[in-house]
Design a protein around this ligand. Structure first.
Ligand code: ADP
Length: 267
């Protein structure tokens, strides 16, 4: 679990290039106390978007990377033994509720089922967090906002959100940026000139077209940034592309050879 606060002002908000009207939607959700669900493949900018918006809105941000062992107690808090005394320690969700912060649950479908039960009273107009262990019933402070993300691409029927949960959220679909936007993002993040980023983005387009055939997932914007950063540091294009954009996608030798042919056709 990774919880942190972000109190940067709007001026130094982390760089985020919008793909559509998602910033306006987020602001409207925040102004109306509505929770929001970000759907989309891994590495397409969801987490960066949330940090950017938190800074723009001047709110602290608690980010929780959900995993299959994450329970409601990890989010809410627990009694811990400290110097012979038992003390209650708030979890990141409770802290966000008390402080009026944004709580971002990344890959929420990975978390254990008891987590969704906790989210329900927080996502309707009661906006309360019952803490069974302490007997408290916290009303969310003004500004509290719940944001969750998930990747609908994983074809795991057990790992989808139930309608009773997902219909409590506004939802916005994310995808990899259009080539022009992606070139700008990668150039800005890596320091490599846009002209040199262009073929990497073209290659990404071709790799993404293989999703569902040879590849489970297309290449993420994050991986293109990795490749471009290696090239900007002086690594050869072939080596950087192989390490950042081919090897992470597959372990199958035949598929890899096919992907390297694509690389050879572009560079
Ligand atoms: P996700 O949360 O969707 O898995 P991230 O937000 O971590 O993905 O994005 C991965 C990386 O891609 C970011 O660190 C950033 O460098 C880059 N990125 C992707 N989309 C954008 C964007 N629209 N604006 C700025 N950076 C982006």
């Amino acid at each position: 679990m990774n919880a942190h606060t972000n109190l940067k002002g709007a001026a130094d908000a982390p760089f985020y290039l919008a793909q559509g009207d998602e910033c306006a939607l987020f602001e409207a959700a925040s102004a109306n106390n509505l929770p929001i669900l970000l759907k989309g493949p891994t590495g397409c900018g969801k987490t960066r978007f949330v940090s950017h918006m938190a800074a723009r809105l001047g709110r602290p941000l608690y980010t929780v990377a959900c995993h299959d062992d994450l329970s409601a107690a990890d989010l809410i808090g627990r009694y811990l033994l400290k110097g012979g005394e038992t003390v209650w320690v708030d979890g990141p969700l409770t802290r966000a509720v008390r402080e009026g912060a944004i709580c971002y649950l990344d890959e929420v479908v990975e978390a254990r089922k008891d987590v969704t039960v906790v989210l329900h009273p927080l996502t309707d107009d009661r906006r309360i967090l019952p803490i069974d262990r302490t007997g408290e019933e916290l009303e969310a402070a003004p500004g509290f906002m719940l944001v969750a993300s998930y990747n609908p691409g994983y074809q795991n029927i057990l790992k989808t959100l139930k309608p009773s949960t997902r219909q409590r959220f506004l939802a916005v679909e994310f995808d990899f940026p259009t080539p022009d936007v992606e070139i700008e993002v990668v150039a800005r993040e890596s320091g490599l000139a846009p002209e040199r980023v262009k073929p990497l983005v073209r290659l990404a387009g071709k790799l993404r077209a293989l999703k569902g055939q040879d590849l489970e997932e297309g290449v993420s914007t994050r991986l293109i940034v990795y490749a471009a950063s290696l090239i900007a540091q002086g690594m050869s294009i072939d080596r950087a592309v192989e390490a950042a954009m081919i090897e992470p996608l597959t372990d199958d030798a035949d598929v890899k050879r096919g992907l390297l042919d694509l690389v050879a056709a572009i560079f």
